[in-house]
Unconditional design. Structure first.
Length: 444
């Protein structure tokens, strides 16, 4: 089965090679990372071959979640080096700009035996930590052969992935057997893993690291308030922040914003597309809809934006910009994208609006809705009504925002529970106190 899996991934890479070539030529993606993806890491990454902890985070969201964990891992294992890998270019950029306690950053290898072995030989991990859904059969198999402990943290199995995994359950069960500990976000994720073949004794519900990631301090030299110097907003100016939008959502957002403009005043739209390659497309769309538009990188410092719309064309600034929003729309939800992280605006006590497609964050979204901490719309027309209504109702905005912030505060603690699970698996030389961790139990 492993040979078949490797052949399938190789064929898939060849089939997708025209796409990768296009992305490399058009957006400069993958050009500088190919050697590392083949397992060829620079000798300087780990010159003396020291033992380490290897943390893998796919993209921006996972890197932010990893931040909540990395400092604690450093304190628990001071004699081990700590490396962080990513899959995407945007994740790599964020990881390199904010290394914190990390000794090195590199691209995750293709999951082929030769590339995995080359990477492990350079990194020399004693512990491999994967964030959310990074389950790679060949890497995990090689870790098991070498005695490297493996932990899935902030784990989840999305509603889309679950049926696919069930189709290959016999093989997937073997893969899950190579993972020593599963630290998952909620009961639903735990049940799915157990149904797919994970040992219940290895599964622990620790909660979402993203609640704790919101507390992580900004890296040196990039203060938390720096980006706000480009947004000196007048006290009474209404601001709609649309974060992590996907194709098909911007038109609805702009329509709602234009409807808001007809009510008077000079509201501001800050719009951040999920994919960097779409920045120019979103800018053109704003202009076509009659909005005077500027990119964030074109804004003068210490001034108020004079345009109707600002297209955020930077990486890693959206989280801080949520705090200037009067109302926040979180994208990937009005179209079938599975939704995105609603915790980032929630920590600032902002009223949050999202669409019907929040499957990737279902438990968190349900909790917010049940506590009156967010508003879900079912259609672009309903989005119009909610945006305009919230902008004109400061009492409702304050109520929804306060509920969101309270919910975040009430759900912190996943970091301590996760670290406790890891240190129980790989005892550090100096054990600190930690939360009590209990295995997930299947209720029949």
């Amino acid at each position: 089965m492993y040979l078949l899996y490797s052949l399938i991934t190789a064929v898939a890479l060849v089939a997708l090679s025209p796409y990768f070539v296009y992305q490399a030529l058009r957006h400069n993606k993958y050009v500088g990372s190919f050697r590392q993806r083949l397992g060829s890491l620079p000798v300087s990454l780990n010159l003396d071959g020291d033992e380490s902890i290897w943390v893998h985070a796919v993209s921006v969201g996972e890197v932010l979640a990893a931040r909540a964990l990395i400092a604690d891992l450093r304190r628990a294992y001071p004699r081990l080096r700590l490396f962080l890998s990513t899959t995407t270019l945007t994740g790599q950029q964020l990881a390199r700009r904010s290394p914190g306690d990390v000794d090195g950053v590199f691209y995750f290898p293709f999951d082929w035996t030769f590339s995995v072995r080359r990477t492990l030989n350079r990194v020399q991990p004693r512990l491999f930590v994967m964030i959310e859904t990074e389950i790679w059969p060949n890497l995990l198999r090689e870790c098991r052969r070498r005695g490297i402990k493996t932990v899935l943290v902030n784990g989840r199995i999305s509603y889309r992935s679950f049926p696919r995994y069930r189709l290959i359950r016999p093989f997937f069960r073997r893969v899950l057997d190579d993972i020593d500990r599963f630290c998952v976000q909620g009961d639903e994720a735990a049940r799915r893993l157990v149904e797919l073949g994970a040992d219940p004794a290895r599964v622990t519900v620790t909660g979402s690291l993203k609640f704790d990631a919101l507390d992580v301090a900004p890296p040196p030299g990039r203060g938390r308030q720096r980006v706000l110097r480009f947004f000196r907003i007048s006290p009474n100016r209404l601001v709609l922040v649309a974060g992590s939008t996907l194709k098909g959502e911007e038109t609805a957002i702009i329509r709602a914003f234009n409807l808001l403009r007809t009510r008077g005043g000079t509201p501001l739209l800050v719009i951040a597309a999920r994919q960097p390659e779409r920045f120019a497309e979103v800018e053109r769309l704003c202009r076509q809809e009659g909005l005077s538009t500027v990119r964030r990188t074109e804004l003068p410092i210490d001034a108020e934006p004079r345009a109707d719309a600002v297209v955020l064309d930077t990486i890693g600034e959206l989280t801080e910009l949520y705090q200037i929003g009067t109302v926040v729309f979180v994208g990937g939800s009005l179209v079938p994208g599975g939704g995105h992280n609603i915790l980032e605006p929630a920590v600032f006590g902002k009223p949050i609006v999202f669409g019907p497609h929040m499957e990737n964050f279902a438990e968190i979204a349900d909790a917010f809705l049940a506590n009156g901490a967010a508003i879900q719309v079912r259609s672009p027309r309903e989005l119009d009504e909610v945006i305009v209504g919230l902008m004109g109702d400061p009492v409702r905005r304050a109520r929804v925002g306060a509920a969101a912030r309270s919910l975040v505060e009430a759900n912190r603690g996943a970091k301590d529970r996760t670290v406790a699970a890891i240190t129980a698996l790989v005892p550090p030389e100096e054990r600190g106190h930690g939360a009590v961790v209990r295995p997930f139990r299947v209720v029949h």
